[in-house]
Design a protein around this ligand. Structure first.
Ligand SMILES: Cc1cc2nc3c(=O)[nH]c(=O)nc-3n(C[C@H](O)[C@H](O)[C@H](O)COP(=O)(O)OP(=O)(O)OC[C@H]3O[C@@H](n4cnc5c(N)ncnc54)[C@H](O)[C@@H]3O)c2cc1C
Length: 501
C-alpha cells in the first residue's frame, strides 16, 4: 500500500469513528446540524419573557452558550407589560417577618389545593421562601430598582415591589436582564422564529424544530428550557377547549396559540388548565371600545386606595382577590355581548393619583383615564364616594369589609371634587394551568412516570403553583425563581451528561 493510500484509509477510519460517535449520540438523528463533541453544548431557551431571561442569565453566568428562540418580532413577551410589581418578603424594603406569604398563596389557590396538595405546597414553599433571593438577585446583582413596596388584593402585607421611578417593573426587569445578556458573546437571541416541535430520542429531549423568519423549518439541538408563556391569548384554541364559558371575553394578551401541546406531544403532564384568571380591570379604550385586546389597569391603583363603581355604586371590597372582584362584576348583566364587557368606573382621588402618578399619567396620556369632577360621574357616585370617605375617616364601617384605604385623602367630597376615572371591564389575563414541574423545574411525565430528561419549564407555561387563582405579583416571582432554577439545573445536567450529549 502506498503511503498516500494508507493516509486516506486512516482518514476514512477516523471519519467513520466520528460518524459512529454521532450515531450513538442522542442528537444523532439530525446529521445536518451535528452537536460538536466539545464542551460547548448549547442550551435552548424558548421564549424571551422573564422566565426565559432568568434561565438564560444563570446559564450564561456559568459559561453555557444559550440560543434563545422568540416568536415575537421583539423580545420581552407579556413580562415586559407587567405593571404592578413582583412579590417578595422579607426583603431590604419589606423587612416584616412575613410567614403569611405562604398562607396567602395557599388561600388564593383555593379549591385546587384539595388535590396534588403536597406537590403544590412544596412549589409554593419554594416560591415564597426564594422570593427574598429573587429580589436580592435583581437588586444587588442586576441593579434593578425595586425600592417601592405596595399591597395588592389577597395579600396580608405589602410585598409587591417595583421601582420608585416612572419605569414600569416589567420593562425595568426584562430590559435590564436582556441588556446584561447581550453583553455576552455566548448569548444569541433569535426573534421572529416559532418553535413548532420538541425533538426527542428514546430517553430524552434532544432539541427543537422551529420556523424562521424566512419560513424555513430548522432543527436546533441541545437541552431545552421552555419559557413560552401562557395561553390567555389563545381564544380560539386552548381557551375555547378548556374554558368555553370565557368565549368572547377580551384579553390583555396578544392573540397567539398556547404552547402546552408541544410539550404534551413529548409526554408532559398538564394541570389546572381550566383555571383561567379573569382580571377585573382591563381598560375599555374610549377610542376603540370594541377591541378584543385591552390594556390592563394596574392592580396597584386599587391597592393604593382606588375604588370601583358600577352604576354609581360601590359593590365590593376592592382589595378582594381578582376572582372575587370579577365574580361580583360578572354577576350583573354585561353591557356588550361581543366582546363580552361591562362598564365599571375605576375612581381615584387626588391622594391615590399622587401615589400612583407614574401609572395614571401614562393612562391619561393613552386616553384610558381622565381627570374630571365627581359631578361628571354616574348619578349616585357622590353619595357612594361620600360614604367611602366617612369609612376612611373611621366614622363608619365599610359595608363590604374594606379596612385598608392607603392613599385615599378626600375627606369632604363635593360635586366639584377632582377625581381620576377610567372605564374598566373583566379581561382574560393569566392562565394558571400548564405543564407540571417539580422543585427542580423539570417537566413531569403524565401518569407520574418521572421527569422528561433534557427538558425544563418555567413561568406561565407551567401550572400548579398558583392553584385556582394567582396572587397579583406572583407571576414575575415564579418566572425569576423557577426560571433561575431551570437554568441552574440545565447547567448541572450538561455537566453530568457531557459525555452523552
Ligand atoms: C398587562 C399585564 C400586566 C401584568 N402585570 C403583572 C405584574 O405586575 N406582576 C406579575 O407578577 N405578573 C404580571 N402579569 C403577568 C406576567 O407578566 C406574566 O404572567 C409573566 O410575565 C409571564 O412570563 P413568561 O416568561 O412565562 O412568559 P412571557 O413573558 O409571555 O414570554 C413568553 C415568550 O415566549 C414566546 N413564545 C411563545 N410561544 C413560542 C414559540 N412557540 N416559539 C418561540 N417563542 C414563543 C412569546 O412570544 C413570548 O415572548 C401581567 C401580565 C399582563 C399581560
Amino acid at each position: 500500500m502506498s503511503g498516500t493510500f494508507r493516509l486516506t484509509l486512516f482518514t476514512l477510519a477516523l471519519f467513520g469513528l466520528f460518524a459512529a460517535f454521532l450515531y450513538n449520540s442522542p442528537y444523532a438523528h439530525f446529521p445536518e446540524m451535528p452537536s460538536p463533541p466539545s464542551p460547548q453544548i448549547t442550551a435552548i431557551v424558548v421564549g424571551s419573557g422573564l422566565a426565559g431571561l432568568s434561565a438564560a442569565s444563570q446559564l450564561i453566568a456559568k459559561d453555557v452558550p444559550v440560543r434563545m428562540l422568540e416568536r415575537g418580532a421583539k423580545p420581552g413577551g407579556n413580562s415586559i407589560k407587567a405593571s404592578s410589581g413582583i412579590n417578595a418578603a422579607p426583603t431590604r424594603y419589606q423587612p416584616t417577618l412575613d410567614d403569611a406569604f405562604f398562607s396567602d398563596t395557599v388561600k388564593s389557590a383555593g379549591k385546587a389545593m384539595l388535590f396534588s396538595t403536597p406537590q403544590r405546597e412544596s412549589l409554593i414553599s419554594i416560591l415564597t421562601k426564594s422570593s427574598k433571593d429573587a429580589i436580592e438577585w435583581l437588586v444587588q446583582e442586576k441593579g434593578v430598582d425595586m425600592s417601592k413596596v405596595s399591597i395588592m388584593g389577597g395579600h396580608t402585607f405589602s410585598r409587591t415591589h417595583r421601582g420608585a421611578g416612572q419605569t414600569p417593573p416589567g420593562f425595568a426587569i426584562t430590559s435590564t436582564l436582556l441588556h446584561s445578556l447581550k453583553t455576552s458573546p455566548l448569548f444569541h437571541l433569535q426573534t421572529s422564529c416559532t418553535v413548532t416541535k420538541v425533538l426527542h430520542s428514546e430517553h430524552r429531549v434532544t432539541g427543537v424544530e422551529y420556523t424562521g423568519e424566512d419560513g424555513n423549518i430548522r432543527k436546533l439541538l441541545g437541552p431545552v428550557i421552555f419559557a413560552s408563556g401562557g395561553f390567555g391569548g389563545d381564544a380560539e384554541g386552548l381557551l375555547a377547549q378548556y374554558r368555553p364559558d370565557l368565549a368572547g371575553y377580551p384579553s390583555t394578551n396578544e392573540p397567539r396559540p398556547g404552547t402546552q401541546p408541544l410539550l404534551t406531544a413529548v409526554g408532559a403532564q398538564l394541570i389546572d388548565m381550566e383555571y383561567v384568571q379573569v382580571h377585573p380591570t382591563g381598560f375599555v379604550d374610549p377610542a376603540a371600545p370594541s377591541s378584543p385586546l385591552k390594556f390592563l389597569a394596574a392592580e396597584v391603583l386599587r391597592g393604593d386606595g382606588g375604588i370601583l363603581l358600577l352604576n354609581g355604586k360601590r359593590f365590593i371590597d376592592e382589595l378582594e382577590t381578582r376572582d372575587i372582584v370579577t365574580s361580583a362584576i360578572t354577576a350583573t348583566p354585561p353591557e356588550h355581548a361581543l366582546p363580552k364587557q361591562w362598564s365599571v368606573q375605576l375612581v381615584l382621588d387626588q391622594g391615590v393619583y399622587e401615589a400612583a402618578r407614574s401609572h395614571v399619567d401614562f393612562y391619561i396620556f393613552k386616553g384610558l383615564m381622565k381627570k374630571i369632577t365627581i359631578s361628571e360621574l354616574a348619578s349616585g357616585a357622590l353619595e357612594s364616594i361620600s360614604r367611602y370617605s366617612r369609612v376612611v375617616r373611621g366614622e363608619e364601617a365599610d359595608t363590604f369589609g374594606r379596612t385598608r384605604f392607603a392613599q385615599w385623602k378626600l375627606r369632604e367630597p363635593t360635586p366639584d371634587s377632582v377625581v381620576y376615572v377610567g372605564t374598566v371591564t373583566p379581561v382574560v389575563h393569566f392562565t394558571m394551568g400548564g405543564v407540571v414541574i417539580n422543585e427542580r423545574a423539570e417537566v413531569l411525565k403524565k401518569d407520574d412516570e418521572g421527569v422528561i430528561e433534557g427538558l425544563w419549564a418555567a413561568g406561565e407555561v407551567t401550572g400548579g403553583v398558583h392553584g385556582a387563582n394567582r396572587l397579583g405579583g406572583s407571576s414575575l416571582l415564579e418566572c425569576v425563581v423557577f426560571g433561575r432554577t431551570a437554568g441552574d439545573r440545565c447547567v448541572d445536567y450538561i455537566k453530568d451528561h457531557r459525555h452523552e450529549l
